[in-house]
Design a protein around this ligand. Structure first.
Ligand code: 2U9
Length: 412
């Protein structure tokens, strides 16, 4: 029967335990880092047995333990118990010093051979266990290659459809050589009305439902601009012709229903040069409509109209098809009003320091919110400003899908 060494954690094989030299030889094989089992001693160390048969017994017990080790931790425990500093084979090697030279020669060769046999067996078993562990992992672990990748934080947000349409507009007009100008939302009556040929007390001023600030001591009143036209006024006052500029931005009128909000967005364009005429205007607007609605061709209709700041003035319709609540552009027999335009009134040129005898120009204006709704099929203008994340998730654009003329303005 196996006997346990009196020292608690001893795992010595088959020879007297170095920690307790008087104890009978023991055979204890650890099966894991925290667990030990005792093996039968198979007569090792009993009187009448030769050192050789002790060694053979020891070797076969170690080889059996190697073969039984079921994982790498158990195998390592067997290695330490056999070949470690206080291992059983190491302990046998330590006895060589006390032997006669002849004994040492024969015993030494035998012990070293046993050590080599055990080392080789340990290495072979380690390879087998490693391969088995790998096979088990390969069999149990799987990668689901169909799982969708989570978007990075930078990709999760959405670009508001109005920001998208602003980018689309500026991309198209910048490609035609237009500069982009901006100005303040709070304006003077002079820049918003007077310089644009709205005479004092003229009924046209009433058309704009203006938000006024309280009057100043001198009686003048600031206002929230009712169109982006004051930006063109500022451009003409500060810059000599030729002028090619677009002015996108916020505008304000006291109006609210399904198709009007008190704050809305416009983009206006202005060209001033010596020979600019309605033919140029028609070409620019036609190119713009094709690019913006992403169609190869689109018919346009110019109707006479009235604006104080242009003469002649025109309203522009584009060809469309209304089909089950959807509108398609560049096809069909219907017409949809899209913008207003005209030749800049000579009074406006004069008020802005440009000689109408030398220069002439044209201008146009359109509501950005309206063309965004038409292009992307939204029904209620007010939704654009409610900040509902569900609206943004539905109508918003991926931040990295930047509109380009070459790659397409809008990526569905
Ligand atoms: C200057 C001279 C002329 C800008 C123009 C329109 C016609 C026009 C409306 C379209 C829909 C405004 O958003 S809307 O309600 N605009 O019809 N705008 S010509 O003409 C200018 C501007 C500035 C110095």
């Amino acid at each position: 029967m196996a006997q346990r060494c009196s020292k608690r954690r001893c795992v010595t094989f088959g020879v007297g335990c170095p920690a307790d030299p008087h104890a009978p030889p023991i055979f204890i094989i650890p099966t894991g880092p925290f667990e030990r089992i005792d093996l039968p001693s198979r007569g090792a160390g009993r009187p009448g047995r030769s050192p050789m048969s002790t060694l053979e017994n020891l070797q076969s017990q170690i080889l059996a333990a190697v073969a039984e080790a079921s994982d790498e931790a158990a195998l390592e425990a067997v290695r330490v118990a056999a070949l470690g500093k206080k291992g059983s084979i190491s302990a046998l090697l330590a006895t060589l010093g006390k032997m006669s030279p002849e004994e040492r020669k024969t015993e030494g060769a035998a012990i070293n051979l046993a050590k080599t046999v055990v080392s080789d067996a340990l290495a072979a078993r380690r390879d087998i266990l490693k391969n088995a562990a790998l096979d088990a992992r390969l069999a149990s672990e799987t990668i689901d290659v169909t799982l969708p990748l989570r978007e990075t934080p930078a990709e999760q947000g959405r670009i508001h459809p109005l920001s998208q349409v602003m980018d689309e507009l500026t991309t198209i007009f910048a490609d035609m050589g237009f500069a982009i100008a901006e100005g303040p939302d709070i304006e003077t009556d002079d820049y918003n009305f007077t310089k644009l040929n709205f005479p004092e007390g003229h009924p046209a001023r009433e058309m704009h439902d203006t938000f006024y600030f309280n009057p100043k001591p001198d009686g003048s009143r600031l206002l929230l601009r009712t169109h982006t036209s004051p930006v063109q006024v500022r451009t003409m006052l500060s810059q000599k012709p030729p002028i090619r500029v677009i002015c996108p931005g916020r505008t304000y009128r006291s109006d609210s229903d399904q198709t009007h909000t008190p704050m809305f967005h416009q983009v206006e364009g202005l060209v001033i040069d010596k020979g600019s005429h309605l033919g140029h205007l028609k070409w620019i607007l036609h190119e713009f409509c094709k690019a913006f609605f992403e169609v190869d061709n689109i018919n346009m209709r110019f109707r006479p109209s009235f604006f104080p700041f242009t003469e002649p003035s025109l309203e522009v319709d584009i060809q469309c098809r209304r089909d089950k609540g959807e509108i398609r552009f560049g096809e069909g027999e219907d017409w949809l009003e899209i913008l207003g335009c005209g030749m800049v009134h000579p009074n406006v040129l004069t008020a802005c320091g440009i000689d109408p005898e030398v220069y002439q120009g044209f201008a146009w204006g359109m509501g950005i919110d309206r063309i965004a709704m038409l292009k992307y099929g939204m029904s209620d203008l007010r939704q654009l400003f409610e900040g509902d994340v569900r609206f943004l998730n539905h109508y918003g654009f991926k931040p990295l899908d930047v509109p380009t003329l070459a790659g397409g303005l809008s990526n569905p």
